[in-house]
Design a protein around this ligand. Structure first.
Ligand SMILES: C[S@@+](CC[C@H](N)C(=O)[O-])C[C@H]1O[C@@H](n2cnc3c(N)ncnc32)[C@H](O)[C@@H]1O
Length: 229
């Protein structure tokens, strides 16, 4: 009898974190999901129908607790925001903030952003993608989990309209070096701006929870804006 071929495991940029939603986050997930939540499935979303209008659209990959995402949606009421994260308590927090802010231009998907981009978002449908303080995966053997890698960049390239922007930020020096290196190989992304700072010069974005944590630990911050060309 031949040996069964081992199944190839997909390399993901996250591990499901332990930690339960608080009662208020849990309630927000139940009560506000109908208003702000979008289910994952393998069909292209009709964003004009979901938001009830035509508008420029921003995707935030790994929004964490959603505080900076809700702040951005408040700053730009003329744009629509789609936040994707796998962490339910964070999504609950985001929904609480969205409810308080009473915004109509935000939707949340709780799923792997790679699959959401692959299946649910149409080509050239976005004017901006935010990837803020993605997990740095500091150990060398984990570098393959870093989301800033060709599979994600291929999807970002496809989903952004020409002239759209990919915003990336990190507080991890070795990840910053990796981002500089990988992005040099991407002919369809032009570096528009790069900042290295101490939390005082965020590039057209709000300060995030993980940024604040990094700053407390004495980290520097790197911000990039790449334009899809
Ligand atoms: C280090 S946290 C940063 C959160 C937030 N952007 C901030 O700066 O506070 C990274 C977040 O990305 C999420 N994440 C990682 N890989 C993801 C993926 N493939 N799809 C969706 N979310 C992902 C994690 O669940 C986590 O909430």
């Amino acid at each position: 009898m031949s040996e069964p071929t081992p199944k190839r495991r997909t390399i993901r940029s996250f591990v499901r974190r332990a930690g339960r939603a608080t009662p208020s986050q849990e309630r927000a997930l139940q009560e506000e999901w109908g208003r702000f939540g979008v289910e994952f499935n393998e069909e292209i979303l009709d964003l004009d129908q979901i938001f009830g209008r035509k508008a420029e659209r921003v995707l935030e990959v790994g929004f964490g607790n959603g505080v900076s995402l809700v702040a951005a949606a408040l700053d730009y009421p003329q744009m629509d925001f789609v936040g994707v994260d796998v962490h339910e308590p964070g999504a609950g927090h985001c929904l609480l903030r969205a409810k308080e802010a009473n915004i109509g231009n935000l939707r949340v998907i709780i799923h792997d952003a790679m699959e959401v981009m692959q299946h649910q978002l149409a080509s050239a449908s976005l004017s901006r993608i935010n990837l803020l303080f993605a997990d740095p995966w500091p150990k060398k053997r984990h570098h393959k989990r870093r989301i800033v890698n060709p599979p994600f960049l291929d999807l970002a390239e496809d989903k952004l309209a020409i002239g759209g922007a990919l915003h990336v930020a990190t507080d991890w020096e070795n990840y910053a070096e990796h981002i500089d290196e990988v992005m040099l190989t991407r002919a369809n992304f032009r570096l528009d701006e790069r900042r290295e700072h101490h939390g005082d010069q965020p590039l057209d974005r709000h300060t995030t929870k993980f940024e604040t944590r990094g700053l407390r630990r004495g980290h520097r911050i790197w911000d990039w804006r790449f334009i899809r060309q």
